[in-house]
Design a protein around this ligand. Structure first.
Ligand code: BDR
Ligand code: CA
Length: 324
């Protein structure tokens, strides 16, 4: 049976790479794309999702989510990383066919998991605001969701601590209060953070070969990734980009690709370290402990990067030929 997912996303260049991965993989049923502010505004995120739905005839519903964080002031779109359109230099047509679902994202999530209890995995690859709103509106969904897989956070493993501040990853930094709610809730969360996503690289050469071998979709992924690679070359000094959002999809496809560490996770919500994610993974007891009363969650600490890259490549190539 295919694994049913709702993909919560702020598309976004690596979000496109992840959406296409989810759509392409025969073992995943992409039920819905719920949008969230983050890399781009909520309007652009939703427009981009509708554009992908139209372009690739996706069956997934597109559902508009929230435009701002729960508490903090919005950080604003990351134009420098994802471009004005969110798809780098690729222009998205102003008019796109298709309609968004009439519900807001958090209500859609609640309705969907109630309709199919313990069948749906929520995969979040943007700020966690929609998921936190769903938990606030109906706390009982913790018993109805199969699993929550999050691309976000950084725990200092493999020396990866942050990408927008020295100690915070972008998705968590965009809404630290939401992330703390999602990570400390009593549902099973797997966190695929920078600790593992910065261990895998789509190199310039890898993307060139994907363009050559994966028909139109390979060309599209290559086109949207030009701006991203330029950013990485200028700011990080590498001819490659990290495999952030597609890694969350890779976990759903094959959890064995990752080594996980268990323990409750909290998020720093204010001050210079806001957005910092901290896991308690020892058994020691302390006189004061804001971790132990929460559900142990699992954090990715190692990844089989060569295998992950091979799965992505094969999946996109097969899909490219299937639809052309
Ligand atoms: C995350 O932040 C966004 O820029 C990417 O789309 C990804 O979800 C990486 O820190
Ligand atoms: Ca994202």
């Amino acid at each position: 049976m295919r694994k049913k997912i709702i993909l919560d996303t702020d598309p976004g260049i690596d979000d496109v790479m992840a959406i296409m991965f989810a759509e392409a993989h025969p073992e995943i049923e992409l039920k819905a794309i719920t949008t969230v502010f983050g890399n781009v505004s909520i309007e652009t995120a939703t427009h981009n999702a509708l554009y992908l739905k139209q372009k690739y005839q996706l069956k997934a519903d597109v559902v508009k989510g929230t435009s701002k964080p729960l508490v903090r002031l919005p950080v604003g779109p990351t134009v420098v990383v994802h471009g004005e359109s969110g798809f780098g230099d690729v222009e998205v047509p102003a008019k796109v066919a298709g309609e968004v679902d009439s519900r807001c994202a958090y209500q859609y999530i609640i309705d969907a998991v109630k309709a199919e209890p313990n069948e749906i995995t929520l995969v979040a690859i943007g700020p966690l605001t929609n998921l936190a709103l769903a938990l606030q509106a109906d706390p009982n969904i913790v018993n109805l969701v199969k699993e929550v897989v999050v691309m976000g956070g950084a725990f200092g493993v493999n020396d990866h601590r942050g990408n927008v501040t020295p100690y915070a990853e972008a998705n968590v930094h965009d809404d630290p209060h939401a992330a703390d709610i999602v990570f400390s809730a009593a549902w099973p969360v797997v966190i695929i953070g920078l600790d593992v996503t910065q261990q895998s690289f789509f190199t310039g050469d890898y993307l060139d070969r994907l363009r050559d071998d994966a028909a139109e979709v390979g060309q599209f992924i290559w086109d949207v990734s030009r701006f991203y690679l330029k950013f990485y070359k200028e700011k990080v000094g590498i001819d490659a980009c990290h495999v952030h959002d597609p890694s969350a999809i890779a976990y759903v496809i094959d959890p064995e690709l990752f080594t996980l560490r268990e323990g409750p996770v909290r998020v720093v919500t204010e001050g210079p370290a806001e957005g910092m994610t901290i896991q308690k993974f020892d058994d020691r007891t302390y006189p004061n402990d804001e971790w132990s009363k929460h559900t142990p969650q699992r954090v990715g600490v190692a990844v089989k990067d060569t295998e992950l890259l091979a799965i992505y490549r094969q999946c996109i190539i097969e899909y490219g030929h299937r639809i052309s």
